[in-house]
Design a protein around this ligand. Sequence first.
Ligand code: DAH
Length: 403
Amino acid sequence: MVIPNRALRSVIWFDIRCFLLIFFRVLTRFLTLDVVRENEPTNNVPDTIFSKLGTQLHRRDDHPIGILKNAIYDYFDANYSGKFVKFDDLSPIVSVKAIINLFLQNFDDVLVPADHVSRSYNDTYYVDSQTVLRCHTSAHQTELLRIGHSHFLVTGDVYRRDSIDSTHYPVFHQMEGVRVLSPDEWVDSGLDGTSYAAKDLKNSLEGLAKKLFGDVEMRWIDTYFPFTNPSFELEIYFQEKWMEVLGCGVTEPEILKRSGKIHSVAWAFGLGLERLAMVLFDIPDIRLFWSTDQRFISQFSDGKLGIKFKPFSKYPPCYKDMSFWISDSFTENNLCEIVRGIAGDLVEEVRLIDNFTNKKGLTSHCYRIVYRSMERSLTDEEINQLQGDVRDAVQSKLMVTLR
Ligand code: DAH
C-alpha cells in the first residue's frame, strides 16, 4: 500500500474530521428532534422549559446555587475525608422504566409505585411515554450504586409541573447524597444496621445544617418516601417558622439488592438548593436565580456563603383576575403552564381567589394573576396584551368557559 505524504495525509484527516462533524451534527439533530417532538401527545415539555436544559446554574461557582453546592461539598469533604464522589453533569433526561444497560430511572428504580401521583402528566414533564425530565435527583441513585459507588453526591436541575408563586418554579436544583455502610461499621455499636444508619444519617445532616445555618433549632419529622424506610424530613426554625429543608432515610433493601449490595445498609438524602439559598442569601423570589441582570449576578462571588442580596428595586405589581367555569379535566398546573408559556418570568403568582359550585353543578374558579418584572416597570399596554393572550389560550386549550 502506498503511504501518502504528510500534506496529503493531513488533507485526508481533515476531510474525515469534517465528515464526522457533519455526521454527528445531523445525527444529534435527528436525535434531538426525536427526543422532543412537537405535537407528540406524550410530550408535554413546552419551549420555556426546553430552553432551560443545559443552563446548569449549579455549575457556576459565583452563582448562589453553585456557591451553596460548593459549601455542601466542603462539608462532606471535611467530614468524610474526600470519600464522597461528586456528580453534577448527569443528563436530566431520564427513563421511566428499565432499558437494557441504561439505568437512568426516575420512578421504577427507586420503587415509586405505579399509581403514584408524581408519575402523572400533570406533575411531570414527559419527553415521550418512556422518558421524562427527571423530577428528582434520586433518579440517579441506582445507576451509581450499580456501577459500584458507595459514597456520592449528585447535583442537578430537576423539573416539575407546579403552581406559580415566589417559591415555586418548574425548574429547580437538588442535591442527592448516598452513603453505603458495610457490616464492620456497625457490628460493635450494639445497634442493628438500620438503626445505626439512621443515627449516622441524622448526625451527618444535623452537622450540615449547623454549618449552613449556624446554631439553629432543628426537628426531625417521620414521613414516607418510596425509596427509604424509615424516612424523615429535617426542619429548621428560621425567621419564626419551621421550614422543611430536606428529605432522607435509610435506603430500602430492595434498592441495594438490585445493585448487588446484599449485606450492606445505606442512607440517602435529597435537598432543594433554591429553598436553602433563598434563606441563606435573602433572595425573595425564586425567579431571580434565572436573572441575567448584572445587578443580581454581580452581588455574589465564589466561596462567599454569607452575602445578603440587596434588592435593586421593587417594581410595582399588576393584578389581573380571570374567572371561568372549569371542566372535569381542568388542573391548576395546566393553567400555570399556559400563563408561564405566555408571560414567562413576568408572572409572579397565580392564585385561586374564589371557587364555588352553582345549583346546576358547574364550578367556577377565579384566579388572580400577578405580573411583575424583577428588572423593570411593565406598561399597561404590555400587561393588557399578555392578559388578552392568556385569556384566549386558556379558553382554547383548557376547555373552560370564560365568564
Ligand atoms: N427525592 C425526594 C424528593 O424529591 C427527596 C429525597 C427523600 C431523596 C428521601 C432521598 C431520600 O434520597 O432518601 O422529594
